[in-house]
Design a binder for this molecule. Sequence first.
Ligand code: FUB
Length: 454
Amino acid sequence: MNSNKLKTIQDFKKCAALIVSMLWFNCLMAQNPLIQNQFTADPSARVFNGKVYLYPSHDIPATPGHGKAGWFCMQDYHVFSSPNLTDWTDHGVIVSQNTVPWADSTAYSMWAPDCIERAGKYYFYFPATVKSGSPKGFSVGVAIANKPYGPFVPQPLPIAGIHGIDPNVQIDKDGQAYIYWAQGNLYGAKLRANMLELASEPVKLEGFPDKGLKEGPYLFERNGIYYMTYPHVADKIERLEYAMATSPLGPFKYAGVVMDESASGCWTNHQSVIEFKNQWYLFYHNDDLSPDFDKNRAVRADSLFFNEDGTIRKVIPTLRGVGVTASSGKIQVDRFSATSTDGVAVTFLDTLNKFKGWKATLSKTNSWIKYNSVSFGKKTVGRVYVNACSATGGTLLISTDDEPGKIITKLIIPKGNEWHIVTKTGLSMPVGVRNLIVQSIGGGPVEVDWISFK
Ligand code: FUB
């Protein structure tokens, strides 16, 4: 083959790969962590108008003159929404330390927020360091909007009577609103109907372990039981616990652990709990995108279940997270539901830019990865795309494991040091929601970034 012809073929292949990647450009992340284009923490999830809205803190790395090195650095809040817990939209900045009249715009301390709807208005509660006046430290402010994603207008002053962090607001069945916050221990008070002023003296909530920092209160009600969830340093770092009561301000009774301390050692955790389409979910955070610095966190979600007696079953954190993944999107198999363990490693694609995400390496014959709940739709014939790299060359078996289990294809990943999208058409496709299995069945190690079907 002459060199001109070869060049044309190479150009064509590059062009085809570019077009294929552009087709996936708009797909947002669906697994844990939920948001992978920025650091997010302290997730307060809410269901408004049939969608899930996520109000997290927004961690950023401190830079000289902006925030304190080695500490939390947060200057604003974004809001995200999802119709299905799989596709997330970033609605951008809703409140910033530069636009809150009473907040110190040099403090970078916009910590854990919350948002609630009352009579068609959305009230966004956030802690920040006060600019001047007494007492110094954290107060809690409110910003109001007509839509869950803003625009939010901050109130000129913080809520009188609250000094602390991590506001959480709930409206009880009788219409009475309550606000909770933390200041080493957990506090609560009634809110007036305007949602801007306390209607009762703050009380220290009772029934929690005496020792160890408690913060991040988040209350929800189910079947007449009020569940107060909170992070607590029972030992060295935070774990998520809960207590139960029969009224919104308690007294509470300690009921157990919702999530153990993070295996990665992330010092903080922070939670919210929602019911969405008949399933309960726990939102929390970890340090997935910044394993060497746990003040740059990333929010996650996993399913939460109750026992018959109303107690909460401990949630085991997963990478797979929640929601059904469309087979036509990028299925990030490194966010697996299960693996063979032996011969499977998950590492960053680019350690200099961790926002690019992860890859899975299947290094041994028969090593495998399972990714559950992929929606294949109704098409019975299709094409697979695998973004892979194999220095030695290898073969993948792609199948589904559930009844009726199905081999979709055997795919040869050619030898080479470059990542490329390997594709094969004319495949007999599974239909409906299936668990996907990717297995190495020969050759050498294969690195896989994502898989997709069209
Ligand atoms: O994000 C800053 C603080 O870390 C939060 O306010 C706490 O709940 C902890 O997550």
